[in-house]
Design a binder for this molecule. Structure first.
Ligand SMILES: *Cc1c(COP(=O)(O)O)cnc(C)c1O
Length: 376
């Protein structure tokens, strides 16, 4: 009997979709930069995290939760759902709580996609949709972007008989682009009720654009719509992994059957409940982001660097052919931003909006790099 290399054996038996997955590239953690390059005092503007941290109410809730590590978490997320439902004006049975909104996006793909089906996404859209579609061995129909954003009309036109899902990031990461309420309504009107339309509103809290509106108000009219939100961004709970979907109750029922019974841990549940109570922290986070956007956009303009107008807590700036080099130089100076070549945007870097002093650090470092480049 000949023995094959285990890697070859796994390749021959794994589901085809899994082979097609490109590993997700996270923003570089501060500790890793310190370990690899010995850089101290690094700032991370690479993962769209909340630069203010978390509400003090969250810390209190976590202290309390640490006292009961022996019990399983509340698998029904009873209290969190109750609070969310009243806050959002929906019913508890429309909610599915996930281990980050990433999990609910994956659950949706697992529910509706298979090798003979397809899902429509935009070029430069959040990469998790691709990962989820590919994992189900389904076909991703990638629609070219318009001004870096989703071309919703073209996305509606791309839907064919095999299509079971459309993913819309509103606003989108990494571009920061957003789509109007009327465009989303138009898409929902044009597709059949057998096409699940997922509107990912991970950055909803930050958006301040006159033509933007949450798609939640369309749920009663379009049962094939699913809206997802997260506690990872404006609420500052990225470490704890908690997000949710709002949908028709019959769809939520299916999602809740498929998820793990205890998919969201007790810390995440307690923290999310507490975070919803601190409206001041949320308002402060939004204000810091608004001011930071002005600061960074003015700074970039001053340096003659163009960027995509963003509705989120980050900015995709265009550095041309030098983007990878500038990323490395920023790293060595202790400023971590995010290269987005994996999003077919090799000429851009994505900068998460930080505190005022973090933004200054980025702009000053960039100024130094660019002026050194001119001399060379
Ligand atoms: C960050 C992000 C998410 C949220 O991910 P979580 O799993 O909730 O942390 C979802 N969608 C987009 C577009 C994002 O950028």
């Amino acid at each position: 009997m000949t023995r094959s290399n285990p890697a070859d054996i796994f390749q021959s038996i794994v589901k085809p979709g899994v082979k097609g997955i490109q590993p997700y590239q996270p923003g570089k953690p501060v500790e890793e930069l310190e370990r690899e390059l010995g850089v101290i005092n690094a700032v991370k503007l690479a993962s769209n995290e909340n630069p203010l941290g978390v509400s003090p109410l969250v810390k209190q809730a976590l202290d309390k939760a640490v006292k009961d590590l022996t019990r399983y978490p509340d698998g029904s997320a009873f209290y969190l759902k109750k609070k969310l439902a009243s806050r959002l004006g929906v019913r508890e049975n429309q909610l599915t709580i996930g281990n980050g909104s990433n999990e609910v996006l994956e659950l949706l793909a697992r529910m509706f996609l298979s090798p003979t089906t397809s899902a429509v996404v935009s070029a430069h859209a959040f990469v998790v949709y691709d990962l989820a579609i590919t994992a189900e061995s389904a076909r991703a129909i990638k629609v070219p972007a318009k001004d870096w954003g989703h071309d919703i009309t073209a996305m509606a036109d791309a839907v064919d008989d095999s299509t079971r899902m459309v993913f819309i990031a509103n606003p989108n990461n990494p571009t920061g682009t957003w789509v109007s309420h009327s465009a989303i309504r138009g898409l929902l009107e044009s597709v059949s009720g057998q096409v699940i339309v997922v509107v990912d509103e991970a950055y909803f809290e930050y958006v301040d654009k006159p033509d933007y509106q949450s798609s939640l108000s369309l749920l009663d009219e379009f049962p094939n719509l699913v809206v997802t939100r997260t506690f990872s961004k404006a609420y500052g709970l990225a470490a704890l992994r908690v997000g949710y979907a709002i949908s028709h109750p019959a769809l939520a029922d299916l999602m809740n059957r498929l998820r793990q019974p205890f998919n969201v841990n007790s810390f995440a549940l307690a923290a999310a409940e507490a975070a919803l109570e601190d409206k001041q922290f949320l308002a402060d986070s939004i204000e810091v982001n608004r001011a930071g956007y002005e600061q960074l956009s003015a700074g970039l303009k001053g340096l003659g660097i163009s960027f995509i107008p963003s509705a989120g807590n980050f900015i995709a700036a265009e550095f041309g052919e030098d983007a990878a080099d500038i990323y490395e130089q920023l790293l060595r100076a202790g400023v971590i931003v995010r290269p987005i070549a994996g999003y077919a945007m090799p000429r851009h870097l994505r900068i998460s909006i930080g505190t005022e002093s973090e933004n200054v650090r980025f702009l000053d470092t960039l100024t130094t790099i660019l002026s050194a480049g001119e001399v060379a």
